[in-house]
Design a binder for this molecule. Structure first.
Ligand code: ATP
Ligand code: MG
Length: 330
Protein backbone atom coordinates (compact mmCIF):
# COMPACT_ATOMS: atom_id res chain seq x y z
CA UNK A 1 0.00 0.00 0.00
CA UNK A 2 3.01 2.32 0.42
CA UNK A 3 2.32 3.86 -2.96
CA UNK A 4 3.86 6.84 -4.69
CA UNK A 5 0.99 9.07 -3.65
CA UNK A 6 -0.23 8.52 -0.13
CA UNK A 7 -1.91 11.11 2.04
CA UNK A 8 -2.96 10.98 5.69
CA UNK A 9 -6.19 12.91 6.22
CA UNK A 10 -7.77 14.12 9.45
CA UNK A 11 -11.33 14.54 8.18
CA UNK A 12 -12.74 16.47 11.13
CA UNK A 13 -16.21 17.88 11.76
CA UNK A 14 -14.72 21.37 11.69
CA UNK A 15 -11.32 21.12 9.99
CA UNK A 16 -9.67 18.89 7.44
CA UNK A 17 -5.91 18.52 7.50
CA UNK A 18 -3.83 16.62 4.95
CA UNK A 19 -0.32 15.33 5.56
CA UNK A 20 1.96 14.17 2.76
CA UNK A 21 5.03 12.11 3.67
CA UNK A 22 8.27 14.07 3.40
CA UNK A 23 6.32 17.34 2.88
CA UNK A 24 4.25 17.57 6.08
CA UNK A 25 0.93 19.40 6.30
CA UNK A 26 -0.15 20.55 2.85
CA UNK A 27 -3.80 21.46 3.51
CA UNK A 28 -5.48 22.77 6.64
CA UNK A 29 -8.91 24.33 6.12
CA UNK A 30 -12.49 24.08 7.38
CA UNK A 31 -14.56 21.08 6.23
CA UNK A 32 -17.05 23.13 4.21
CA UNK A 33 -18.11 22.99 0.58
CA UNK A 34 -19.99 25.55 -1.54
CA UNK A 35 -22.06 24.21 -4.43
CA UNK A 36 -24.29 25.52 -7.19
CA UNK A 37 -27.71 24.39 -6.01
CA UNK A 38 -29.07 23.12 -9.34
CA UNK A 39 -26.02 21.79 -11.20
CA UNK A 40 -24.31 20.52 -8.03
CA UNK A 41 -21.05 21.96 -9.39
CA UNK A 42 -18.44 22.72 -6.73
CA UNK A 43 -17.67 26.41 -6.33
CA UNK A 44 -15.03 26.11 -3.61
CA UNK A 45 -14.13 24.24 -0.44
CA UNK A 46 -12.45 25.11 2.83
CA UNK A 47 -11.99 28.61 4.26
CA UNK A 48 -13.60 30.34 1.29
CA UNK A 49 -16.72 28.14 1.58
CA UNK A 50 -16.96 28.66 5.36
CA UNK A 51 -16.80 32.44 4.78
CA UNK A 52 -19.88 32.14 2.54
CA UNK A 53 -21.97 30.18 5.08
CA UNK A 54 -25.18 32.04 5.91
CA UNK A 55 -24.56 34.64 3.21
CA UNK A 56 -25.25 32.80 -0.04
CA UNK A 57 -27.71 33.85 -2.76
CA UNK A 58 -30.48 31.30 -3.46
CA UNK A 59 -28.60 29.55 -6.30
CA UNK A 60 -25.69 28.62 -4.02
CA UNK A 61 -25.55 26.38 -0.98
CA UNK A 62 -22.85 25.86 1.62
CA UNK A 63 -22.69 22.42 3.23
CA UNK A 64 -20.84 21.16 6.29
CA UNK A 65 -20.64 17.50 5.24
CA UNK A 66 -19.66 16.06 8.62
CA UNK A 67 -21.56 16.25 11.86
CA UNK A 68 -20.55 14.87 15.27
CA UNK A 69 -17.44 13.24 13.82
CA UNK A 70 -19.29 11.20 11.19
CA UNK A 71 -20.30 11.76 7.60
CA UNK A 72 -23.72 13.40 7.56
CA UNK A 73 -23.85 13.96 3.80
CA UNK A 74 -22.08 11.27 1.78
CA UNK A 75 -22.33 12.95 -1.63
CA UNK A 76 -21.07 16.28 -0.29
CA UNK A 77 -18.16 14.53 1.47
CA UNK A 78 -17.30 12.70 -1.79
CA UNK A 79 -17.35 16.02 -3.68
CA UNK A 80 -15.31 17.71 -0.95
CA UNK A 81 -12.67 14.95 -1.15
CA UNK A 82 -12.69 14.98 -4.96
CA UNK A 83 -12.07 18.72 -5.03
CA UNK A 84 -9.40 18.37 -2.35
CA UNK A 85 -7.63 15.49 -4.11
CA UNK A 86 -7.74 17.33 -7.46
CA UNK A 87 -6.15 20.34 -5.79
CA UNK A 88 -3.44 18.25 -4.14
CA UNK A 89 -2.61 16.19 -7.21
CA UNK A 90 -2.56 19.37 -9.31
CA UNK A 91 -2.98 17.38 -12.53
CA UNK A 92 -5.31 14.45 -12.93
CA UNK A 93 -3.39 11.17 -12.72
CA UNK A 94 -4.46 7.83 -14.14
CA UNK A 95 -4.84 6.47 -10.62
CA UNK A 96 -5.93 8.46 -7.62
CA UNK A 97 -3.85 8.55 -4.45
CA UNK A 98 -4.12 6.12 -1.56
CA UNK A 99 -5.54 7.83 1.52
CA UNK A 100 -5.35 6.95 5.22
CA UNK A 101 -8.17 8.69 7.05
CA UNK A 102 -7.98 9.19 10.80
CA UNK A 103 -11.39 8.46 12.32
CA UNK A 104 -12.96 8.49 15.80
CA UNK A 105 -12.44 5.15 17.57
CA UNK A 106 -16.15 4.59 18.09
CA UNK A 107 -17.33 5.00 14.47
CA UNK A 108 -19.75 2.19 13.61
CA UNK A 109 -19.03 -0.13 10.69
CA UNK A 110 -21.77 1.69 8.80
CA UNK A 111 -20.02 5.02 9.42
CA UNK A 112 -16.63 3.52 8.49
CA UNK A 113 -18.11 2.30 5.22
CA UNK A 114 -19.32 5.83 4.53
CA UNK A 115 -15.74 7.13 4.96
CA UNK A 116 -14.48 4.47 2.53
CA UNK A 117 -17.27 5.22 0.05
CA UNK A 118 -16.66 8.99 0.23
CA UNK A 119 -12.92 8.43 -0.37
CA UNK A 120 -13.60 6.31 -3.45
CA UNK A 121 -16.19 8.81 -4.73
CA UNK A 122 -13.55 11.45 -4.12
CA UNK A 123 -11.17 9.69 -6.50
CA UNK A 124 -8.92 7.81 -4.06
CA UNK A 125 -7.51 4.55 -5.34
CA UNK A 126 -7.73 2.99 -1.92
CA UNK A 127 -8.92 4.06 1.52
CA UNK A 128 -7.61 2.77 4.84
CA UNK A 129 -8.24 4.06 8.33
CA UNK A 130 -6.33 4.92 11.47
CA UNK A 131 -8.23 5.34 14.71
CA UNK A 132 -7.84 8.81 16.26
CA UNK A 133 -6.42 7.69 19.65
CA UNK A 134 -3.42 6.17 17.83
CA UNK A 135 -2.93 9.25 15.65
CA UNK A 136 -3.23 11.49 18.71
CA UNK A 137 -0.76 9.44 20.74
CA UNK A 138 1.84 9.32 17.97
CA UNK A 139 1.27 13.04 17.26
CA UNK A 140 1.86 13.79 20.93
CA UNK A 141 5.10 11.80 20.89
CA UNK A 142 3.79 9.21 23.36
CA UNK A 143 5.54 5.83 23.28
CA UNK A 144 2.67 3.68 22.13
CA UNK A 145 4.30 0.35 22.86
CA UNK A 146 5.10 1.11 26.51
CA UNK A 147 3.05 -0.87 29.05
CA UNK A 148 2.57 2.24 31.19
CA UNK A 149 -0.83 3.43 30.02
CA UNK A 150 -1.35 6.76 28.29
CA UNK A 151 -4.56 8.63 28.96
CA UNK A 152 -5.71 10.87 26.09
CA UNK A 153 -8.67 13.20 25.79
CA UNK A 154 -9.46 14.54 22.31
CA UNK A 155 -12.06 17.33 22.24
CA UNK A 156 -12.78 18.50 18.73
CA UNK A 157 -15.83 20.21 17.30
CA UNK A 158 -18.30 17.31 17.16
CA UNK A 159 -16.77 14.50 19.22
CA UNK A 160 -15.13 14.15 22.61
CA UNK A 161 -13.17 10.93 22.97
CA UNK A 162 -11.20 9.64 25.93
CA UNK A 163 -8.89 6.65 25.58
CA UNK A 164 -6.37 4.67 27.53
CA UNK A 165 -3.59 3.12 25.47
CA UNK A 166 -1.05 0.56 26.59
CA UNK A 167 1.26 -1.96 24.90
CA UNK A 168 0.37 -0.61 21.45
CA UNK A 169 -3.41 -0.92 21.76
CA UNK A 170 -6.46 0.86 23.05
CA UNK A 171 -7.32 -0.63 26.45
CA UNK A 172 -10.56 1.34 26.77
CA UNK A 173 -12.20 4.23 24.97
CA UNK A 174 -15.46 6.13 25.37
CA UNK A 175 -16.84 8.94 23.32
CA UNK A 176 -19.69 11.35 23.29
CA UNK A 177 -20.87 13.07 20.17
CA UNK A 178 -20.63 16.58 21.44
CA UNK A 179 -17.73 19.04 21.74
CA UNK A 180 -16.84 22.62 20.70
CA UNK A 181 -19.88 22.97 18.40
CA UNK A 182 -22.19 22.27 21.34
CA UNK A 183 -20.37 24.80 23.51
CA UNK A 184 -21.18 27.37 20.81
CA UNK A 185 -24.83 26.31 20.74
CA UNK A 186 -25.02 26.76 24.50
CA UNK A 187 -23.60 30.27 24.17
CA UNK A 188 -26.23 31.08 21.50
CA UNK A 189 -29.07 29.69 23.63
CA UNK A 190 -27.90 31.35 26.85
CA UNK A 191 -27.62 34.79 25.23
CA UNK A 192 -30.97 34.29 23.49
CA UNK A 193 -32.63 33.62 26.84
CA UNK A 194 -30.86 36.54 28.55
CA UNK A 195 -30.98 39.23 25.85
CA UNK A 196 -33.84 37.98 23.63
CA UNK A 197 -31.94 37.76 20.40
CA UNK A 198 -29.83 35.38 18.36
CA UNK A 199 -26.15 35.85 17.57
CA UNK A 200 -24.44 34.12 14.65
CA UNK A 201 -22.52 30.86 14.95
CA UNK A 202 -19.38 32.67 13.86
CA UNK A 203 -19.73 35.20 16.72
CA UNK A 204 -20.49 32.39 19.17
CA UNK A 205 -17.20 30.73 18.22
CA UNK A 206 -15.34 34.06 18.56
CA UNK A 207 -16.86 34.65 22.04
CA UNK A 208 -16.00 31.08 23.07
CA UNK A 209 -12.36 31.63 22.11
CA UNK A 210 -12.18 35.11 23.69
CA UNK A 211 -13.84 33.99 26.94
CA UNK A 212 -10.65 32.30 28.06
CA UNK A 213 -8.40 35.28 27.35
CA UNK A 214 -10.02 38.40 28.76
CA UNK A 215 -12.73 39.95 30.90
CA UNK A 216 -13.82 42.55 28.36
CA UNK A 217 -17.29 43.29 27.02
CA UNK A 218 -17.41 42.48 23.33
CA UNK A 219 -19.80 44.14 20.87
CA UNK A 220 -21.71 41.52 18.89
CA UNK A 221 -24.65 41.89 16.46
CA UNK A 222 -27.77 40.31 17.96
CA UNK A 223 -31.22 40.07 16.38
CA UNK A 224 -34.71 38.99 17.35
CA UNK A 225 -37.83 38.58 15.23
CA UNK A 226 -39.03 42.15 15.69
CA UNK A 227 -35.66 43.76 14.85
CA UNK A 228 -35.36 44.84 11.21
CA UNK A 229 -31.59 44.86 11.50
CA UNK A 230 -29.34 43.40 14.17
CA UNK A 231 -28.48 45.69 17.08
CA UNK A 232 -24.99 45.80 18.54
CA UNK A 233 -24.90 44.53 22.10
CA UNK A 234 -21.95 44.62 24.50
CA UNK A 235 -21.67 41.01 25.66
CA UNK A 236 -19.75 40.61 28.92
CA UNK A 237 -17.44 37.61 28.65
CA UNK A 238 -18.56 36.67 32.17
CA UNK A 239 -21.91 35.76 30.53
CA UNK A 240 -20.11 33.56 28.05
CA UNK A 241 -18.24 31.78 30.81
CA UNK A 242 -21.55 31.24 32.60
CA UNK A 243 -22.99 29.73 29.40
CA UNK A 244 -20.02 27.35 29.17
CA UNK A 245 -20.42 26.01 32.71
CA UNK A 246 -22.98 23.22 32.05
CA UNK A 247 -20.87 21.86 29.16
CA UNK A 248 -17.74 21.83 31.31
CA UNK A 249 -19.66 20.06 34.09
CA UNK A 250 -20.82 17.42 31.59
CA UNK A 251 -17.22 16.98 30.45
CA UNK A 252 -16.10 16.42 34.05
CA UNK A 253 -18.82 13.79 34.52
CA UNK A 254 -17.70 12.10 31.31
CA UNK A 255 -14.04 11.95 32.44
CA UNK A 256 -15.05 10.71 35.91
CA UNK A 257 -17.22 7.91 34.46
CA UNK A 258 -14.31 6.78 32.29
CA UNK A 259 -11.74 6.82 35.10
CA UNK A 260 -14.10 4.62 37.14
CA UNK A 261 -14.10 1.81 34.56
CA UNK A 262 -10.31 1.59 34.24
CA UNK A 263 -8.47 -1.43 35.64
CA UNK A 264 -6.83 -0.48 38.97
CA UNK A 265 -3.40 -1.58 37.70
CA UNK A 266 -3.22 1.60 35.66
CA UNK A 267 -3.84 3.97 38.56
CA UNK A 268 -0.16 4.60 39.49
CA UNK A 269 0.78 5.25 35.85
CA UNK A 270 -2.12 7.61 35.31
CA UNK A 271 -1.24 9.47 38.48
CA UNK A 272 2.35 9.77 37.26
CA UNK A 273 1.76 10.53 33.55
CA UNK A 274 -1.45 12.51 33.90
CA UNK A 275 -3.91 13.27 31.14
CA UNK A 276 -2.98 14.39 27.65
CA UNK A 277 -5.45 16.87 26.18
CA UNK A 278 -5.73 17.36 22.41
CA UNK A 279 -8.16 18.59 19.70
CA UNK A 280 -9.02 22.27 19.13
CA UNK A 281 -11.30 22.54 22.18
CA UNK A 282 -8.29 21.65 24.37
CA UNK A 283 -7.47 25.35 23.86
CA UNK A 284 -10.64 26.49 25.62
CA UNK A 285 -9.49 28.99 28.23
CA UNK A 286 -9.38 27.58 31.75
CA UNK A 287 -10.23 24.02 30.71
CA UNK A 288 -6.82 22.52 31.44
CA UNK A 289 -6.67 24.02 34.94
CA UNK A 290 -10.28 23.03 35.59
CA UNK A 291 -9.47 19.37 34.84
CA UNK A 292 -6.31 19.55 36.93
CA UNK A 293 -8.23 20.91 39.92
CA UNK A 294 -11.21 18.62 39.56
CA UNK A 295 -9.23 15.37 39.27
CA UNK A 296 -5.90 16.30 40.89
CA UNK A 297 -4.39 15.04 37.67
CA UNK A 298 -1.47 16.60 35.83
CA UNK A 299 -2.93 17.74 32.51
CA UNK A 300 -0.81 18.47 29.47
CA UNK A 301 -1.94 20.34 26.36
CA UNK A 302 0.25 19.72 23.33
CA UNK A 303 1.99 22.39 21.33
CA UNK A 304 -0.53 22.29 18.54
CA UNK A 305 -3.69 20.45 19.55
CA UNK A 306 -5.47 21.39 16.31
CA UNK A 307 -2.91 19.55 14.19
CA UNK A 308 -1.79 16.67 16.40
CA UNK A 309 -4.06 14.02 14.91
CA UNK A 310 -2.93 14.86 11.36
CA UNK A 311 0.74 14.96 12.37
CA UNK A 312 0.38 11.62 14.15
CA UNK A 313 -1.45 10.01 11.23
CA UNK A 314 1.28 11.38 8.98
CA UNK A 315 4.03 9.85 11.11
CA UNK A 316 2.16 6.53 11.08
CA UNK A 317 2.02 6.37 7.28
CA UNK A 318 5.71 7.35 7.08
CA UNK A 319 6.78 4.49 9.33
CA UNK A 320 6.47 0.97 7.97
CA UNK A 321 6.25 -0.65 11.42
CA UNK A 322 3.62 1.74 12.73
CA UNK A 323 1.74 1.48 9.44
CA UNK A 324 1.62 -2.32 9.63
CA UNK A 325 0.52 -2.22 13.26
CA UNK A 326 -2.01 0.61 13.27
CA UNK A 327 -3.57 1.01 9.85
CA UNK A 328 -6.79 -0.86 9.38
CA UNK A 329 -8.93 -1.66 6.37
CA UNK A 330 -12.02 -2.03 8.55
N1 ATP B 1 -8.52 28.89 21.16
C1 ATP B 1 -9.61 28.12 21.17
N2 ATP B 1 -10.41 28.07 22.25
C2 ATP B 1 -11.51 27.29 22.29
N3 ATP B 1 -11.90 26.50 21.26
C3 ATP B 1 -11.12 26.51 20.15
C4 ATP B 1 -9.95 27.30 20.04
N4 ATP B 1 -9.40 27.09 18.80
C5 ATP B 1 -10.22 26.21 18.18
N5 ATP B 1 -11.24 25.86 18.96
C6 ATP B 1 -12.35 24.96 18.66
O1 ATP B 1 -11.83 23.70 18.30
C7 ATP B 1 -12.78 23.02 17.46
C8 ATP B 1 -12.06 22.45 16.27
O2 ATP B 1 -11.13 21.51 16.73
P1 ATP B 1 -10.64 20.31 15.81
O3 ATP B 1 -10.12 20.85 14.52
O4 ATP B 1 -9.75 19.47 16.65
O5 ATP B 1 -12.04 19.58 15.54
P2 ATP B 1 -12.36 18.54 14.40
O6 ATP B 1 -11.26 17.55 14.35
O7 ATP B 1 -12.70 19.24 13.13
O8 ATP B 1 -13.71 17.91 14.96
P3 ATP B 1 -13.99 16.41 15.47
O9 ATP B 1 -12.70 15.82 15.92
O10 ATP B 1 -14.94 16.61 16.60
O11 ATP B 1 -14.60 15.73 14.30
C9 ATP B 1 -13.83 24.06 17.06
O12 ATP B 1 -15.00 23.85 17.81
C10 ATP B 1 -13.15 25.38 17.43
O13 ATP B 1 -14.09 26.39 17.76
MG1 MG C 1 -10.79 15.77 15.34
Amino acid sequence: MLSRRLYAIDLGTDNTIVFEPSRGIIFNEPTYIALHRHSGKVLCIGREAKEMAGKTPPHLTVIKPLSQGAIANLDATGLFLRHLIDMLMRRRALFGPAIAVSIPFDLTSFERNAVREAGIQGGARSVVMIEDPYSAAVGAGIDLLAPSGALLLDIGSGVTEISLLSCGSVVASRSVRSAGWDFEQEIIDYLDARYRGRISRRDAEMLKIEAGCSDADIPVPIKNRSDALPRALQIPLTDVREALKPGIRRLSDFIRAFLRILPPDFAPYIRENGLYLTGGTALLGGLKSHIEREFSLRTVVGQNPLQEIALGAGRIIEDRKLFAHLVTGR
